[in-house]
Design a binder for this molecule. Structure first.
Ligand SMILES: [Zn+2]
Length: 476
């Protein structure tokens, strides 16, 4: 029996911002169980540890309190078209308080009956992750910070470049050369010292994405490459999070809200990426600076609407923007039952290798100038994590090894290598690294001359590892 469950505004952020959810169930207990399947966070709000509906959650079937209709929830049957209302007791205890200064800062929100103090507290409690701190991430994060979103996470690995300033309004000329996230955090905190900006200076990859997204309520994807698009999409579907998606190219923009619980995901619309090279990036094809400004602002708007449970989110709709004609077009976006990640028989049940899926390999060279094979720290980490055996040789000096090292590495300093080559087995494949690369190259040449044929360099060495794989490690 399809019945509707009306979701109260404080809980809407757990179901993609919608006011009601339709479920198939024969009784009230089954209907609540179906609803809880939509989001683990919502389950925690509604059910206690023994899977009983929490005592402060009142349920109404039509106009009757469910308690008056039967002794237990499964004793209360439902029929086609019934409406179940969740009425949570509003306690407010766990909600953040607003200081005098915050009340003043957000007063233009607070006086709107659609937002009020309640909505502003919800913004303060919200955690939003921005993927990319570039053309889209700039207006997006600035507006989220200004609006009072309490926690803003940002993922980016780049440094600010002079060519960025034409559109990436988070940065100033004095930031050129600085890590983007360092400059972004400074700027956003200057704009609003009441919020927390969490930086994730890393390449988002299959092995770390689930861990990064798990702490956020809404993900906003403003990335600039296909592997990241699919990576973020799949992570959002697999962890039941809404993905406010936006992309831009030259004079055009696209935006939608993907929430697989309520509509299609990115893969439903684009099951496979275009062949590499067919669609140039902004760096190759160019972009008019204001275009990401418009689209990134719309992205911020959709994020705020989801948090506040306001209006009609862009779920199931793909909005296209053409700056030259100044026209918006809206296309319906439907869920594909055959979708590899959110369909009825998904084949993607954990993050996959997205560079392989998009037929793109890492930009790093796969061999050094002497033709010795090379592997990126991400690839190495992923493949070793998947059980591939590696013999990792660290050719730095012992005092450097004491500062920081890659787990599982064996120390054999380059200075001692000629005298200690007999300790190594030429039948094995060695992955060699130093601090940043040059000594590992030298070591590989020495070993080659001694008859070692199966050698591989770890590109960027322990420094790349500490910068991109385990950011808790020190760099020197
Ligand atoms: Zn899908």
């Amino acid at each position: 029996m399809p019945i509707s469950i009306l979701i109260p505004s404080p809980l809407r952020r757990y179901v993609g911002g919608v006011k009601s959810v339709d479920v198939e169930a024969g009784n009230v207990a089954a209907a609540m169980a179906e609803l809880a399947k939509m989001s683990p966070e919502l389950r925690k709000q509604l059910f206690d540890e023994s899977s009983k509906v929490r005592s402060f959650v009142s349920l109404y079937l039509g106009n009757s309190n469910v308690r008056d209709l039967g002794p237990t929830l499964d004793a209360v049957g439902v029929k086609d078209g019934d409406v179940l209302t969740i009425l949570p007791a509003i306690a407010g205890g766990a909600e953040p308080k607003l200081s005098r200064e915050e009340v003043l800062r957000y007063s233009r929100h607070l006086i709107m009956p659609e937002i009020t103090l309640e909505g502003q507290k919800r913004l303060k409690a919200a955690k939003v992750l921005c993927i990319g701190a570039g053309g889209l991430g700039s207006p997006l994060s600035l507006y989220l910070a200004a609006a009072g979103v309490g926690t803003i996470g940002m993922v980016d690995y780049d440094t600010v470049d002079l060519t960025n300033l034409q559109r990436q309004i988070l940065y100033s000329a004095s930031d050129v050369g600085r890590p983007k996230l360092e400059a972004a955090k400074e700027r956003l905190t200057q704009l609003n010292p009441e919020i927390e900006v969490v930086t994730h200076p890393m390449h988002l990859a299959s092995w770390n994405v689930m861990d990064v997204v798990k702490d956020y309520d809404v993900i906003a994807d403003g990335s600039d490459n296909f592997p990241t698009r699919y990576l973020v999409n799949d992570a959002c579907v697999l962890s039941n999070k809404p993905n406010v998606f936006a992309s831009i190219f030259r004079f055009e923009g696209q935006i939608s809200v993907f929430d697989a619980r309520r509509g299609p995901c990115y893969r439903c619309i684009f099951p496979e990426p275009p062949p590499p090279g067919l669609v140039p990036t902004c760096a190759e094809g160019g972009v008019l600076g204001v275009t990401p400004g418009v689209i990134g602002s719309l992205q911020a708007l959709e994020v705020l609407k989801l948090i506040l449970g306001l209006g009609d989110p862009l779920i199931g709709r793909l909005l296209l923007f053409d700056t030259l004609d100044l026209k918006f077009r809206e296309l319906p976006a439907r869920k594909n039952p055959g979708c590899a990640v959110c369909g009825t028989a998904p084949t993607v049940t954990a993050p996959i290798d997205y560079e392989e899926f998009c037929q793109i390999r890492s930009h790093e060279p796969d061999s050094d100038a002497n033709g010795v094979a090379a592997i990126s720290v991400e690839d190495f980490h992923r493949r070793r994590g998947a059980g591939e055996p590696f013999h990792l040789l660290d050719v730095r000096e012992p005092h450097e090894y004491g500062i920081v090292s890659i787990p599982g590495s064996v120390l054999l300093p380059l200075s001692q290598l000629p005298a200690r080559l007999h300790e190594l087995d030429s039948a094995l494949t060695y992955t060699i690294h130093c601090h940043k690369g040059p000594r590992a190259s030298q070591a590989s040449q020495l070993m080659r001359k001694a008859g070692f044929r199966r050698l591989q360099l770890l590109t960027g060495g322990v420094d790349a590892w500490a910068e991109r794989v385990d950011t808790s490690l020190p760099r020197y």
